[in-house]
Design a protein around this ligand. Structure first.
Ligand code: NAD
Length: 424
């Protein structure tokens, strides 16, 4: 399979990284080489080039993707990313990670992901809507409530999901709420979905704090990224009594060893790039320096490839909880494991989002909605039981947490493939 360019993501190719992680666990699981080969490739990849009329009357051609990695355990599920460097290899990797994520938390989905190469911050609201509706139309041949269900990711939000749901419904001639998750609540969204990923991260941090005897009260927390995931993680860490000492966006990082004023930052800075220094009382540092600060919990919640062989030896966190997908390379994993850093991998740590997306889909299909308390309780049950399973596997197999999560996730997908058999 040809791989695409790596520009704009720190040089490493995420799909190669995903394949390397799969190879490690294939060996440990003694996986049938035929199944391993099958799992290396996405089942379906759709590339679309589509025109969008811009506000000045010109027509711009955009490129987008929808990749379905594996559907052995159910319909495929995964977000849509709008980013200037979204490319096919990144979407392939993200789709594969979704397969393992859904399997490790045992929800009945396979993995998928979508992306459009664009900078949403440079588009007007009307341009963003036209781009979204046309992209949704182009991928409508493979998405649907029984086949593949998108959700928000970097650069997309509930409004974008609403446009996708509306476009798909217009084509069908009736309303299909379950075609996407992460929708606004009045059109079939779930209570608790927006904050679910950040809430889940802090549920896991709390479990780690009991296990490792690092009290959350007063714990020093560093969070990279202040979008959906980073800002809600900051909120829940703050509510749990932890001290958020540094946060960042794509422009700046701010650091105050005494703790930042999280409610003020939440009020003014979420998804507003470059505004952190205006509202935070602290020193402005670089994103690179921030990752190397001494702290109890480090939460990368921006993009992939942030902790690599170049900086892993300088990371001083006791615990890393991966909010972003693919923030740590396999070489960095080896360095961190050797240094005794306790790392909760992305496919487990940030699964709160897809778990509540699953709840949203279930509620849409049955047209019967739950209270936020009900959603949060169910989230905690599913996520913490998956976390405990991974901890047990890590202990019994004497492996790190990522490998343990992969043993469970890849193992379940392989079992489903073997049980169903190879068609025809
Ligand atoms: P978002 O677009 O809401 O926020 C992204 C944040 O990252 C922004 O604050 C942005 O400024 C920052 N950022 C971008 N480039 C950066 C850089 N080079 N250095 C530092 N910060 C940078 O996106 P999100 O939904 O919060 O997603 C963040 C990560 O979490 C992604 O890896 C995504 O795949 C993952 N994730 C998201 C969800 C979800 O429910 N939204 C679920 C699971 C995983």
């Amino acid at each position: 399979m040809t791989t695409t360019h790596t520009e704009g993501r720190n040089g490493a190719n995420p799909y190669q990284m995903a394949l390397e992680q799969l190879a490690i666990v294939a060996e440990l699981l003694n996986l049938d080489p035929n199944i391993h080969e099958f799992l290396k490739y996405p089942e379906r990849e759709l590339t679309v080039h589509f025109p969008v009329q811009m506000d000045d009357g010109s027509v711009h051609i955009f490129t987008g993707y929808r990749v379905q990695h594996n559907r052995a355990r159910g319909p495929s599920k995964g977000g849509i990313r709008y980013h200037p460097h979204a490319d096919l290899d990144e979407v392939r990797a993200l789709a594969m990670w979704m397969t393992w994520k859904c399997a490790v938390v045992n929800i009945p989905y396979g993995g998928a992901k979508g992306g459009v190469m664009c900078d949403p911050k440079k588009l007007s609201l009307k341009e963003l809507e036209r781009l979204t509706r046309r992209y949704a139309t182009e991928i409508s041949v493979i998405i649907g409530p029984e086949s593949d269900i998108p959700a928000p990711d970097v650069g997309t939000d509930p409004q974008v999901m609403a446009w996708i749901m509306d476009t798909f419904s217009m084509h069908r001639g009736y309303t299909v709420p379950a075609v996407v998750t992460g929708k606004p609540i009045p059109i079939g969204g779930s209570e608790g979905r927006i904050e679910a990923t950040g809430r889940g991260l802090v549920m896991i941090a709390s479990r780690c704090s009991q296990m490792l005897n690092i009290p959350l009260q007063g714990a020093r927390v560093v969070i990279q990224g202040f979008g959906n995931v980073g800002s809600s993680a900051a909120k829940f860490f703050h509510e749990a009594g932890a001290k958020v000492i540094a946060v960042s966006d794509a422009v700046n990082a701010v650091y105050n060893p005494k703790g930042l004023d999280v409610p003020v930052l939440l009020k003014h800075c979420v998804r507003r790039e470059g505004t952190l220094p205006q509202y935070a009382e602290g020193d402005i540092i670089t994103n690179e320096e921030m990752l190397e600060l001494p702290c109890d919990f480090l939460v990368p919640a921006a993009l992939g490839n942030q902790i690599t062989s170049h900086n892993a030896t300088r990371v001083k966190a006791k615990v890393i909880i991966e909010g972003a997908n693919g923030p740590t390379t396999p070489e960095a994993d080896r360095v961190l494991t050797e240094a005794g850093v306790f790392l909760v991998p992305d496919i487990l740590a940030n699964a709160g989002g897809v778990i509540v997306s699953y709840f949203e889909w279930v509620q849409d299909l049955q047209s019967f909605f739950w209270s936020e308390d009900e959603v949060n309780q169910k989230l905690e049950r599913v996520l913490i039981s998956a976390f405990d399973d991974v901890v047990r596997t890590a202990k019994t197999r004497k492996v790190d947490m990522r490998t343990a999560a992969y043993i469970i996730g890849v193992g379940r997908v392989a079992d489903a493939i073997i049980t169903r058999g190879i068609y025809p």
